[in-house]
Write a protein that binds this ligand. Structure first.
Ligand SMILES: [Zn+2]
Length: 283
């Protein structure tokens, strides 16, 4: 299999146009890899219009419904909160803005369990309303249209950053609305993980048109540093999660045997260490 090099394809992180290669097609979208910063991205970017995040997105695309998924995910949210608090100097009252808060599962943990002042922002009216019903303050807008009335100590993206098309503008905006020494915290799929390399297009987070940018450890660090952030840590939540179990590991084991026998995959990857990363960087 030869590499197909495209000369007019621009990397959405570093703007390099030279030597970028076509990796594969997913759902009829072409996924490219930057030859400079290793970022992976779509050629024809679909806008993250609010229309694709209406009721059906939050009700239909999760087994058992979105709300049930959120309840099951509370343990993951607790782990993220624990890691974030480790890096947050909590000597004074801190404020967090969660971008892409959906129906407020993470806000529940931050506000009700950790006792930190957290607000949310979401493009979907439907999920903003759900979060407000739980007592949360939610700004219903696209992040780039958000008119900040204050600066926050933390801007948190939990599974939302990869949904943005203009990731450079998102980082620039985050820098503006953070206090000095504030933290950007991004929880996102790791497209340089062991599983992403083995499963390739079957790594489930190649999910256009919802996911528009596919970050590697290198490309997310490159992006944050470019806009003035200092990287504090990359963490890989897994061992504390519900996903670290015998069944998932057995699935992976069977797949690795198939892989070694030269078979190609027809299904997504099981959970494994490194698939999800939490990047914490300081202004
Ligand atoms: Zn690049």
């Amino acid at each position: 299999m030869g590499l197909q090099i495209e000369s007019d394809i621009t990397c959405s992180v570093c703007l390099n146009t030279s030597g970028n290669t076509l990796l594969f097609d997913v759902n009829d979208y072409k996924v490219y890899e930057c030859s400079f910063c290793s970022h992976q991205f779509l050629s024809e970017h679909s806008e993250s219009k609010s229309s694709i995040y209406e009721d059906s997105y939050f009700e239909g695309c999760f087994e058992g419904g979105y709300e049930e998924t959120i309840e099951r995910r509370k343990n993951d949210f607790r782990e993220i909160a624990k890691i974030l608090l480790f890096y947050l100097n909590k000597t004074t009252n801190k404020t967090i803005l969660e971008v892409g808060c959906a129906s407020g599962g993470m806000l529940d943990v931050l506000k009700n369990e950790v006792g930190i002042n957290a607000e949310g922002l979401d493009i979907s009216k439907y999920s903003s309303e759900l979060a407000r019903k739980k007592g949360h303050t939610v700004y219903c807008t696209h992040f780039l249209d958000y008119k900040a009335h204050k600066q926050d100590d933390v801007v948190l993206f939990t599974d939302s950053f990869e949904h943005f098309r203009d990731v450079r503008m998102v980082v620039e905006k985050t820098y503006e609305i953070l206090k000095n020494e504030g933290l950007i915290t991004i929880v996102l799929p790791n497209h340089s993980s062991f599983s992403a390399k083995i499963y390739r297009e079957y790594f489930k987070d190649y999910a256009p048109p919802y996911h528009l940018n596919f970050f590697t450890m290198r490309s997310i660090c490159f992006l944050l540093k470019k806009y003035g952030f200092g990287i504090l840590a990359i963490e890989f939540p897994y061992f504390e999660s519900q996903w670290f179990n015998k069944e998932e590991l057995q699935k992976l084991g069977r797949d690795l045997i198939d892989y070694d026998m030269g078979k190609t995959f027809d299904h997504n990857q099981p959970a494994f260490w490194g698939n999800v990363m939490i990047v914490i960087a300081k202004k």
